[in-house]
Design a protein around this ligand. Structure first.
Ligand code: GRF
Length: 192
């Protein structure tokens, strides 16, 4: 059984985290959520994780010197790590401790609209500004650079003429909740 650690961002609402946890609950012999790690005790996703019966842990960003080591401690016993709204570059020691076993989801069709500073509504605003007729989400492996690891899965949706960043974000988020569990499942099948 593959034990999964989920890292959420400071203001993470945790909808992808919840989708992952729910999918793992369907196949407990294949994969199980071991811990949800957040950078702040006030991260909304922590309460949701606790409601879903998953252990939680707070690892603040500061001081940055031993952030990687503290994350590794929080992730002890995990086989695989999912970033779900985690905004920082993952410390290199964490990437090295989980080779090809750290996943992320991005709300666009990478390599379009990725990279440092491309998160939240900015991604959807960029898709609209570029006149894209199609968007979607990408699950990829995490490397030492933002949004550049090998792509595992992409799901696509249309960009409609009257879309706002918000309406597009909502359409993409629905796809995220399908894509991330599916990609996790296929990696879990490789690991198990
Ligand atoms: C999602 O749009 C995801 O693609 C990005 O951060 C957002 C997190 O949303 N990496 P949520 O906290 O999972 O609802």
């Amino acid at each position: 059984m593959v034990k999964v650690g989920i890292l959420v961002g400071k203001h993470g609402r945790g909808s992808n985290m919840a989708a992952l946890i729910r999918a793992m609950r369907v196949e407990p012999d294949l994969m199980t959520p071991r811990v949800v790690v957040a950078p702040s005790p006030s991260t909304p996703a922590l309460e949701l994780a606790a409601d879903l019966g998953v252990a939680t842990c707070v690892v603040p960003y500061a001081p940055p010197e031993d952030y990687g080591q503290r994350l590794l401690e929080a992730l002890r016993g995990c086989d695989l790590v999912c970033l779900a709204g985690f905004m920082k570059l993952l410390p290199v020691e964490v990437i090295q401790a989980f080779p090809s076993r750290v996943l992320n989801i991005h709300p666009a069709l990478l390599p379009r609209h990725g990279g440092q500073g491309m998160y939240g509504m900015r991604v959807h605003e960029a898709a609209l500004a570029a006149g894209d007729t199609e968007s979607g989400c990408t699950v990829h492996l995490v490397t030492e650079r933002y949004d550049e690891g090998p792509i595992l899965l992409q799901l696509r949706c249309p960009v409609l003429p009257d879309d706002t960043a918000e309406s597009l974000a909502a359409r993409v988020l629905e796809l995220e909740h399908k894509a991330y569990p599916e990609a996790l499942r296929s990696i879990a099948l490789e690991v198990v």
